[in-house]
Design a protein around this ligand. Structure first.
Ligand code: UDP
Length: 365
């Protein structure tokens, strides 16, 4: 057994890398410890509904090259993400836009909204937001922060908003027009046949071994490949030699319901701290499903521990500094390439993962 590349993880990064390597005449073996491909973008059909098994994934991008690339492997529908936020008995549109402000304050014009926000933050004097709380307050004022951000964010991250980096909230657009599109990118959609089919096409012609953990595999086959592409947790790869990086995990509680439409939207966020889950996903609405029944998933975030699935890197100061140590170690090792959310400890969206993989491939070949 001798390959050019051993790719650890059959997720999006690994699959793009494998595809490109094959195109360049290289041989790859992809291994994954799970019993399926596609990593956390894995979707599985249940009762005719494509269920996002590890959390909802909505593809969106401003990168023309990436958009052209994914369209070679999947056909995308015209889904536009417009989540709804529930706070106690109040319902708001997301992202923060004129529909949100109008409902919050009973106003109609952008000037009225801007004035209320400015009044609410006048005495705070925030010039350079130092953390997520300051960033959120300076963008949307105290009411929106208290009702729609604080509770949700502290549940999601298990940390105070004052201890979280500002960039997390800048993922969301802020608009003074009536527009509920969660993303500002020109391209958006869900693969009509699911993400698993997309990854499967990327992996066509590449050997994949499932139910195969890296440690066991490499112990049995130390010379399997010239080089390793590792998309698992970078701290785990180095045996946690500098200590553990923090990750957030999510537990999904599914319900199959005998109704054709439970919540009228794919994504409904529950923003108050007292509700233990962050959101409910109703999967069929991602693809305009017309089945007589429905499947919903409640998301309960938690701190990652051994045995759970890691989903989100925690890019606070402490963990970012720790990651830098691992990154420095990786930089010295020309036999391994790290990729994806876990390998590079980045809160990546899918399009950024693909862009990074294509970039790394260019460097490599
Ligand atoms: N967020 C919030 N309220 C919401 C939705 C999101 O405060 O109703 C904040 C929260 O801090 C979250 C961040 O915005 O972590 C990014 O949200 P996004 O929807 O991008 O998270 P993802 O879909 O990646 O879980």
């Amino acid at each position: 057994m001798r390959y050019d590349y051993l790719i650890v993880g059959a997720g999006l990064y690994g699959a793009v890398f494998a595809h490109e390597a094959k195109e360049h005449g290289k041989t790859c073996l992809v291994i994954d410890k799970r019993d399926h491909i596609a990593g956390n973008i894995y979707t599985k059909e249940e009762e005719g509904i494509e269920v996002h098994r590890y959390g909802a994934h909505i593809f969106h991008t401003s990168d023309e090259e990436v958009w052209a690339y994914v369209n070679r492997f999947a056909s995308f529908n015209h889904y536009v993400n417009s989540p709804v936020a529930v706070y106690k008995d109040e319902t708001y549109n997301l992202p923060f836009n004129m529909n949100t402000f109008s409902r919050m304050w009973g106003i109609r014009t952008p000037a009225e909204a801007k004035k209320i926000i400015a009044d609410q933050i006048a005495d705070l004097n925030i010039t350079e937001p130092k953390n997520l709380e300051e960033q959120a307050l300076s963008l949307v004022g105290r009411d929106v922060y208290e009702k729609l951000i604080k509770g949700y964010t502290e549940k999601q991250w298990g940390r105070k908003c004052t201890e979280l980096p500002a960039f997390i909230i800048r993922r969301l657009p802020l608009r003074f027009i009536y527009d509920n599109n969660y993303f500002s990118d020109p391209h958006q959609g869900i693969p009509k046949e699911g993400y698993t089919a997309l990854v499967s096409r990327l992996l066509e012609g590449t050997e994949v071994m499932l139910n195969t953990a890296y440690r066991d595999f490499i112990a049995a086959h130390p010379d399997a490949a010239e080089k390793t592409v590792y998309t698992g947790m970078i701290d785990e790869y180095y045996d946690f030699c500098f200590g553990h990086l923090a990750y957030r995990s999510v537990r999904f509680e599914d319900e199959h319901l005998e109704t054709d439409n439970y919540q009228g939207n794919a994504v409904v966020n529950y923003t108050e701290a007292e509700v233990p889950f962050t959101r409910i996903i109703e999967h069929k609405h991602f693809v305009f499903g017309t089945q007589p029944t429905t499947i919903i998933s409640r998301e309960y975030p938690s701190e990652w521990k051994e045995g759970a699935e890691p989903y989100y890197p925690v890019n606070d100061e402490k963990n970012s500094a720790l990651y830098e140590k691992y990154r420095a170690l990786a930089e010295k090792d020309d036999k391994v390439i790290f990729g994806g959310r876990l390998g590079t400890y980045k809160y990546y969206d899918m399009d950024k993962v693909i862009a990074a993989a294509l970039q790394d491939v260019k460097k490599e070949f």
